[in-house]
Design a protein around this ligand. Structure first.
Ligand SMILES: NC(=O)c1ccc[n+]([C@@H]2O[C@H](COP(=O)([O-])OP(=O)(O)OC[C@H]3O[C@@H](n4cnc5c(N)ncnc54)[C@H](OP(=O)(O)O)[C@@H]3O)[C@@H](O)[C@H]2O)c1
Length: 300
């Protein structure tokens, strides 16, 4: 599996696995351990989390699997996020849904993530969403304390647009190493609005969430989903596959922004589709044919 260099001593697997839906899968700890081991066998060593996933449960479920198999943690990179506050029975002290990127909240969130994931360090911590009340000096102080204590190795952001990323970066000593944003052939916003250009300008590899549009491409009955499915099926036939998810991943992988798709399925066959996509090389004709199908018209 190709590796993407983030810093001198940190690289991610080109395909990342995401734990957002882990609680929905109702896996036993043994099944979760097997899933993680399957990913690692395929070369997927980077796992994406957030404190809030599964109503603050997914990190804990993953952590139990790590605890059950000592040694597993050393074979992976753990990414997690903070900054969103959700009302939840697991956080009775939360009174409302809002954002909190204060120093105190960031540090407390990391302490919780470390305890849930049963690890003593996070490879990369992301600010989950841009916060209109973000005080960049506090974020910088939190990052610096977390780095000095060895609790977090590197930092990044998620869903940040140009002005938000540049503003935060200007307060930090270390370079933000990634921006995790939604990218798929179905959701083109970050391609069209310059967010991927921004990441390239910063030489910052991108993590792509919902690379299959959360499943909408497979199940949607709207004109766009149908049009896209038809084109993906046609291009898939040209590439020798009936699995349109391979084509969706290959479309992202061809983009020059060095995009790491995050696989959202807990099914091993679907994880393997993402890995197989690395073997497909779309032509420019095919790439634009898919873009046109998504937009519903040609490029100007
Ligand atoms: N930073 C952020 O704000 C943010 C936001 C959202 C997500 N994320 C991250 O990105 C990761 C991936 O997001 P995602 O889960 O939305 O990814 P996705 O891969 O776009 O969507 C996964 C969904 O698609 C379904 N699916 C996959 N292959 C399919 C197929 N061949 N036919 C029908 N359905 C299929 C899956 O169902 P099955 O489960 O049945 O396979 C699952 O429900 C998350 O786990 C999380 O780590 C980050």
């Amino acid at each position: 599996m190709e590796r993407i260099t983030l810093t001198n001593d940190l690289s991610f697997s080109r395909i990342v696995h995401g734990a957002w839906r882990l609680n929905d899968w109702n896996y036993t700890t043994e099944q979760t351990t097997s899933l993680i081991e399957h990913c690692i066998e395929q070369g997927i060593t980077t796992f994406d989390h957030a404190d809030i996933y599964g109503g603050y449960t997914c990190e804990e479920l993953f952590g139990r699997a790590l605890q059950a198999k000592p040694g597993l943690r050393d074979k992976m990179e753990l990414v997690t996020k903070c900054g969103i506050v959700l009302e939840s029975p697991n956080r009775p002290e939360h009174k409302s849904h809002h954002y909190n990127t204060s120093k105190e909240h960031i540090i407390r969130s990391v302490e919780n993530s470390l305890s849930s994931l049963k690890t003593d360090y996070i490879d990369t911590l992301l600010i989950h969403r841009p916060d209109p009340m973000m005080n960049p000096e506090e974020v910088a102080e939190a990052f610096s304390e977390l780095k000095d204590s060895g609790k977090v190795r590197t930092f990044g952001v998620s869903n940040f647009k140009r002005h938000q990323l540049n503003m935060l970066q200007s307060y930090l000593d270390d370079k933000l190493i990634t921006n995790q944003v939604e990218v798929s052939a179905y959701e083109l916003e970050n391609i069209h609005d310059g967010t991927l250009d921004l990441c390239m300008e910063h030489r910052m590899p991108v993590m792509a969430w919902s690379p299959l549009a959360g499943g909408a491409v497979f199940s949607g009955n709207g004109e766009k989903a149908v049009r896209l499915r038809d084109t993906l099926t046609k291009v898939g036939a040209e590439l020798g596959t009936e699995d349109i998810s391979e084509v969706l991943y290959a479309w992202i992988l061809k983009h020059p922004a060095t995009i790491m798709p995050i696989v959202g399925s807990g099914k091993t066959a679907r994880i393997d589709s993402a890995v197989r996509a690395l073997g497909h090389k779309l032509s420019l004709d095919q790439w634009f044919e898919i873009l046109h199908a998504s937009m519903g018209h040609d490029v100007p």
